[in-house]
Ligand binder design. Structure first.
Ligand code: RFL
Ligand code: PHB
Length: 389
């Protein structure tokens, strides 16, 4: 089979790119390792910047987002029992939207047939070939048969563990990484949230986050050592912990319910330079990871795709190569700023096992400063709503 752009991965990055290209009549195919059900049931991000919602709106795929998404005009940082509200709309004129990544993915997959976007699920042994030549191609196995897609370009949107990044020779690459000494233990449950806006709390027992998906669905996280296992955390233990953390901070009591999911996610900062090798372009988690503090991961995938789709469209519409040539520099400039903000907020809001009394006093002083300074709050707010494209 022959196409213009072979897209590897049906996460938010690959699906958005596929839709944006098809909207301009550019041929493309998305190749995904997992089943559709698996892709649609992954529970991840919850907070969307306008960069992300604007893309969905431009595609005419924001109907459910507009009906169900919660407009958030502020969020809270807590230092022990003191709540600091950051009024992002007052400070920036903008807002974020609470709408789960799961729902974004479902909306994009549901719309694929009517937009003539071909998604191949359950493709195994996906491999990239000749990415630095003139005729790159992708192979995969499906239902026992080997398939081949010849393309002008390959978009590696296959997340942190996919094969695309590995197709770039090590000699051309620089990697930057920080692994944090803790993870986030998360719970999702159909219970009303304890607060109308998110609370990122730095308490004596570490970080905790009260978030939500809707007025009837809550999402909570607590910081746990990387050695911890989900089996160590029956729901009752986790609810006890969340109640202790949020009772002094929240507008309402923490309501308990059967967990829809309990999981542990490790925290990492990671950037892979380069994002282009020949006719292969990387986007999203395939090229970078942020710790979830600040909710930048999905939104960075969306901004990469905003740049990459514009560049590919300019190539096909006008033979203009300048945006493709400039893709990496443009994407990395925004990525590094999101890396900085996620790292900053992670350091400010977590208890690091190696930290002593001095580092804790630094956190207290900084949070106290944030509480008193409109300038500091503006810096945090403009990063939280997302820096301009
Ligand atoms: P994804 O979503 O990982 O999608 C990549 C897709 O590629 C597929 N794939 C392959 N396909 C074909 N062949 C192969 N060999 C393949 N290998 C992998 C995968 O099955 C998948 O469908 O990357 P993308 O599109 O770049 O999107 C990035 C976001 O998903 C990610 O940044 C965020 O979810 C990160 N993240 C969070 N971000 C936030 O902003 N807020 C959060 O609360 C938040 N929570 C999370 C997260 C990521 C998590 N991970 C990665 C485990 C919680 C978790 C648990
Ligand atoms: C979530 O609701 O899952 C969420 C919200 C904010 C974050 C991370 C995760 O910073």
């Amino acid at each position: 089979m022959r196409t213009s752009v072979a897209i590897i991965g049906a996460g938010p990055a690959g699906l958005l790119l596929g839709h944006l290209l098809r909207a301009e009549g550019i041929a493309c195919v998305v190749v995904e390792r997992q089943t559709r059900a698996r892709v649609e049931s992954r529970i991840r991000a919850g907070v969307l910047e306008t960069v992300t919602t604007d893309l969905l709106r431009r595609l005419g795929l924001a109907e459910r987002l507009d009906a169900e998404g919660l407009i958030e005009s502020g969020f809270n940082l807590a230092n022990d029992e003191a709540l600091i509200r950051v009024d992002v709309t007052k400070l920036t004129g903008r807002h974020v939207t609470v709408y789960g990544q799961t729902e974004v993915t479902r909306d994009l997959i549901a719309a694929a047939p009517s937009r003539d976007l071909d998604i191949v699920f359950e493709a195994s042994e996906v491999a990239l070939h000749d990415v630095d030549g003139d005729a790159p191609f992708v192979t995969y196995a499906k239902d026992g048969a080997l398939q081949r897609i010849d393309a002008d370009f390959i978009a590696g949107c296959d997340g942190f563990h996919g094969p695309s990044r590995k197709a770039i020779p090590a000699a051309r690459v620089r990697e930057f990484e920080r692994v944090y000494p803790f993870g986030w233990l998360g719970i999702l449950a159909d219970v009303p949230p304890c607060h109308d806006e998110l609370i990122y709390a730095n308490g004596a027992k570490g970080f905790a986050l009260a978030s939500m998906r809707s007025p009837t669905r809550s999402r909570y996280y607590i910081q746990v050592p990387t050695t911890e296992r989900v089996e160590d955390w029956p729901a009752t233990r986790l609810w006890d912990e969340l109640e202790a953390r949020f009772a002094p901070l929240a507008q309402r009591a923490v309501v308990r319910g059967d967990p829809l999911e309990i999981s542990i996610a490790p925290l990492r900062s990671y950037v892979f330079e380069t994002m282009r090798h020949g006719r292969l372009f990387l986007a999203g988690d395939a090229a970078h990871i942020v710790p979830p503090t600040g909710a930048k991961g999905l939104n960075l995938a969306a901004s990469d795709i905003a740049y990459l789709s514009t560049a590919l469209i300019a190539h096909y519409a006008r033979g203009d190569e300048t945006l493709l040539t400039g893709y990496e520099a443009k994407a990395l400039a925004r990525i590094w700023k999101a890396e900085r903000f996620s790292w900053y907020l992670t350091k400010l809001m977590h208890r690091f096992p190696e930290d002593g009394a001095f580092e804790r006093r630094m956190q207290i002083a900084e949070l106290d400063y944030v509480a008193q300074s409109a300038a500091m709050q503006t810096v945090i707010a403009e990063n939280y709503v997302g820096l301009p494209l």
